[in-house]
Design a protein around this ligand. Structure first.
Ligand SMILES: C[S@@+](CC[C@H](N)C(=O)[O-])C[C@H]1O[C@@H](n2cnc3c(N)ncnc32)[C@H](O)[C@@H]1O
Length: 199
């Protein structure tokens, strides 16, 4: 589901970028470590700050990224235009990722899977495109916040079949992941590192 006008503003500003860099990505890095080379995918890349973090902080040497919203992909393109690394951006859907199986060493989700009505299908797709032994780094928003009346008034999210930490972990396991580390904050935000089992 695309962002409404309020969330578009919340996502596209320097404060959001600083939170993503200093808090969200830093926590995933502490939990899951660097990649140090390799090919990564970001699902729901928004305006492209995550692509920079995956290169600079996590050490990927190649990043693919897509978003459902063409305007976000345009913003991401502008943002990474001068980068020298191999970066490929496209418009796409996390429930049908247009790449062959086992392509990536790591997949990154900075807060997008809670936007996907069939979030379990997105986890299955992420599992499919990871190589055996590859790693998912996910930062997510839980049902408790999505169902909050003020939050609902301001923002637009799918409301059916949302998840808390336990249900997201269960979804990861059902998709075939081994959960390596989890953290949560106020029962509203969660961080997950999970591996596709090695063959
Ligand atoms: C909360 S924003 C996060 C954007 C970015 N990851 C960030 O951290 O700034 C969620 C993003 O997911 C995208 N999105 C929603 N549903 C999607 C789907 N099914 N497939 C890919 N992207 C999706 C939205 O267009 C939006 O850019």
């Amino acid at each position: 589901m695309r962002l409404n006008a309020v969330e578009t503003l919340l996502m596209n500003n320097p404060i959001r970028a600083a939170i993503q860099r200093r808090f969200e990505a830093a926590r995933l890095l502490a939990m899951g470590g660097r990649m140090d080379g390799g090919r990564a995918l970001e699902v729901g890349c928004g305006r492209g700050v995550g692509v920079e973090l995956i290169l600079d902080l996590f050490g990927a040497c190649e990043v693919d990224a897509f978003d459902l919203d063409p305007r976000m992909v345009e913003r991401a393109r502008d943002r990474v235009r001068r980068r020298k690394e191999a970066i490929r951006l496209w418009i796409g859907d996390a429930t049908a990722i247009a790449v062959p199986d086992a392509r990536y060493d790591a997949v990154f989700d900075f807060g997008i899977i809670h936007h996907v009505p069939d979030w379990r299908a997105a986890l299955r797709e992420i599992h499919r495109v990871l190589r055996p032994g590859g790693r998912l780094y996910a930062e997510e928003v839980f049902e408790r916040l999505i169902a909050d009346p003020l939050w609902r008034r301001l923002l637009e999210h799918p409301q059916q079949d949302r998840f808390d930490a336990a249900r997201f972990e269960e979804g990861l396991r059902e998709a075939g992941f081994r959960v390596v580390a989890t953290r949560s904050l106020w029962d509203r935000f969660g961080w997950f590192v999970a591996d596709r089992e090695a063959a």
